[in-house]
Design a protein around this ligand. Structure first.
Ligand SMILES: Cc1cc2nc3c(=O)[nH]c(=O)nc-3n(C[C@H](O)[C@H](O)[C@H](O)COP(=O)(O)OP(=O)(O)OC[C@H]3O[C@@H](n4cnc5c(N)ncnc54)[C@H](O)[C@@H]3O)c2cc1C
Length: 407
């Protein structure tokens, strides 16, 4: 069993030991660039991709290696369904904005498809139907309301009664909605690495092992200081991911998510078309991988303490129990599948942003400093959409991203 239970590390079928090795140089001298992107996660790399397509000159610097941040623990699911429901969003940001965001988020799957085709990425991207269900009678009513709201928007979704669910899935569902082509799955680390290759091939520069300590405004842009060197840039995009929470804790709340990946399975029974599955009753997601495994994330708890404990509990002991619970849940849900065995187990902190949406915009104080913090369960959609907003802001001078996404 491959499991590494230390906070912030761990292997998955997507992230292997060789991915820890840098494939780009570190910053060894002072540099000057037109646009500096800080952070080579999905957000930063997508910004670089979008800007290079517009003929801009771009440098990316990242603290460790490409794709070693949140994406290495991610389930690799793109979906409008990751964040809050449409009805909840209406309460948070109003009807018009909620509908606007939802339409954007649905477009993220299409955008991903286009970028994969354009870059030739071998990240196993595949569109999938998405099943969003509940096992609780009380929640069934709420989910049904959500279904009506989406249906009203003209989304291609179908309500499935308890009986219909029983025919297609082996686990208990009171009801659920099936979104046709509502999401996509891919290997997020491979996608980051392929994007990085595309970026260097198209004139962008990438530096690994190069942490930016400070960003200061200067006469013609910004000076970003690393431990011994500095980079001067006309514009800076801050895509540092969850690390910004150290300075801005008000942006979100850290929780811990546990994931298991099974050994390959020969026949999937009780799982319609290996669609993406989201449970409405708890934060949990299920998908399959191209080599026939189940990836199951859930069992959310509070964040680990700086001492590496969950409250009074030792992290390793908690991880062991959580992985066991997840595997037992899988066995119960898919009792028709013989021999479900865990092969990987990994644990990571997930930042849940306040409204469940990414933060994207331009700094109010410093013109030319942009931010893209694509936190949360729908962070990938946030990274895709946020990067194209940043491209529009920089290249077309189109003001700012929607106000409800600003810091
Ligand atoms: C367990 C888990 C499961 C998830 N599942 C999904 C999912 O299925 N679908 C989905 O849409 N989203 C999911 N997410 C969220 C998703 O992974 C992220 O939103 C997405 O990867 C975007 O990340 P990012 O690029 O903004 O940040 P990151 O991937 O964290 O990248 C930030 C990068 O910046 C670097 N950096 C930080 N500080 C500095 C500095 N000072 N100088 C230089 N570099 C710096 C970091 O080293 C890192 O490489 C999940 C997240 C977790 C933790």
């Amino acid at each position: 069993m491959k499991q590494n239970q230390i906070w912030g590390s761990g292997l998955s079928p997507f992230f292997q030991p060789e991915d820890f090795l840098p494939s780009h140089p570190s910053v060894k001298e002072d540099l000057e660039t037109e646009i500096l992107v800080i952070g080579a996660g999905l957000s930063g790399l997508l910004c670089a991709y979008e800007l290079l397509k517009e003929g801009r000159s771009v440098t990316v610097v990242t603290a460790n290696t490409v794709g070693d941040g949140a994406c290495r623990f991610s389930s690799g699911i793109i979906s409008a369904d990751g964040g809050p429901d449409l009805l909840r969003l209406k309460e948070l940001i109003g009807q018009e904005n909620a509908v606007g965001w939802y339409r954007f988020a649905l477009a993220a799957v299409e955008q991903m498809e286009k970028i994969v085709a354009d870059t030739g990425s071998k990240c196993d991207f595949k569109r999938r139907d998405q099943f969003y269900y509940t096992a609780s009678r009380r929640e069934g009513e709420i989910l049904r309301e959500e279904y009506y709201a989406r249906h009203h928007l003209g989304l291609d979704c179908r309500w499935m009664s308890e009986e219909e669910c029983r025919e297609e899935f082996s686990f208990p569902c009171v009801g659920g909605m099936m979104m046709k082509d509502g999401g996509g799955e891919f290997n997020p680390v491979k996608f980051c690495r392929d994007l990085a290759d595309w970026i260097t091939l198209h004139g962008g520069e990438i530096y690994e092992g190069s942490r930016v300590d400070t960003i200061e405004a200067c006469a013609d842009g910004f000076v970003c200081r690393l431990s011994t060197k500095k980079i001067t840039a006309k514009k800076v995009i801050d895509a540092r991911g969850g690390e910004v929470l150290q300075k801005r804790p008000q942006l979100g709340q850290r929780v811990t998510v546990f994931s298991v990946v099974t050994e390959p399975i020969s026949v999937f029974r009780g799982w319609k078309d290996c669609c993406l599955i989201k449970n409405h009753d708890e934060l949990s997601y299920l998908r399959t991988t191209p080599d026939g495994r189940i990836l199951y994330s859930g069992q959310v708890t509070s964040a680990l303490t700086p001492e590496g404990r969950f409250g009074r509990w030792d992290a390793n002991a908690v991880c062991r129990v959580k992985y066991k619970n997840l595997t037992a849940e899988l066995e119960e849900m898919f009792f028709g599948i013989p021999r479900i065995k865990q092969e990987y187990g990994f644990t990571q902190g997930l930042v849940l942003p306040k409204k469940g949406l990414p933060y994207v915009g331009q700094d109010l104080q410093w013109q030319g400093l942009y931010y893209l913090y694509a936190f949360g369960e729908s962070g990938m959609a946030g990274a895709l959409l946020g990067s194209s907003w940043i491209r529009r802001m920089i290249c077309d001078g189109r003001g700012n991203a929607p106000k409800y996404l600003s810091l």
